[in-house]
Design a protein around this ligand. Structure first.
Ligand code: B12
Length: 139
């Protein structure tokens, strides 16, 4: 559970570019045992949706929106060790954003949810050309 006050404090830190402040709130949440799905959707996703609204209303610049996304991606990386703690179940998933799709945070979250459930989730990234155009790897 993430309280309103905690969320607001995170959001304000995020749009000010206060990485340390965001990181401290994340530490408080993980220390309290808040699960990754709640953190991803109830903190990171919620805040990025609000960033989108602020951008649409011209309350923040494109630069601020980029910065908020970069901070979010760095915080997601900090949670990676927890994602790999579950037993592997021998299944693979490949998650890619189609060509010209530059929004990659949501798709990366999906790949991370697979990891959490024991899959090997390969996240290929934004703006991926059709995979049929080349093999993954050729000897
Ligand atoms: C950050 C951002 C960007 C960044 C992305 C950088 C990055 N590293 O990803 C950049 C600067 C590239 C960008 C560009 C643009 N953006 Co933008 N962007 C955003 C913003 C603020 C956050 C996106 C995000 O990460 N959300 C958080 C994630 C976690 O949420 P999510 O993507 O919805 O993902 C969840 C679910 O949807 C689902 N999901 C997502 N993918 C998948 C895939 C599968 C397989 C499954 C099962 C589920 C799933 O699971 C996820 C986890 O719950 C949004 C605001 C918003 N409402 O999202 C605008 C937003 C999406 N952008 C918008 C726009 C207009 C643009 C641009 C056209 C702006 C422009 N004029 O250039 C370009 C388009 C670029 C392109 N060709 O793709 C609009 C889209 C409006 C619309 N209705 O289409 C939004 C909504 C902003 C707004 N309020 O107007 N953007």
């Amino acid at each position: 559970m993430i309280g309103n006050e905690e969320y607001n404090s995170y959001f304000n830190s995020l749009i000010k570019g206060d990485k340390a402040g965001c990181s401290a709130i994340l530490d408080t949440l993980t220390g309290r045992g808040v699960d990754i799905v709640t953190i991803y959707t109830g903190l990171f996703q919620k805040a990025l949706y609000q960033v989108g609204e602020y951008w649409e209303m011209n309350r923040i610049s494109v630069a601020t929106e980029h910065m908020a996304t970069a901070i979010t991606e760095s915080l997601m990386i900090r949670l990676q060790p927890q994602l790999f703690s579950s037993d592997r179940i021998g299944k693979n998933s490949v998650i890619a954003c189609v060509a010209n799709e530059h929004h990659q945070v949501g798709a990366k979250m999906v790949a991370d949810f697979f990891e959490m459930h024991g899959w090997d989730g390969y996240f290929v990234g934004a703006n991926t050309p059709p995979l049929r155009s080349a093999p993954f790897y050729r000897e």
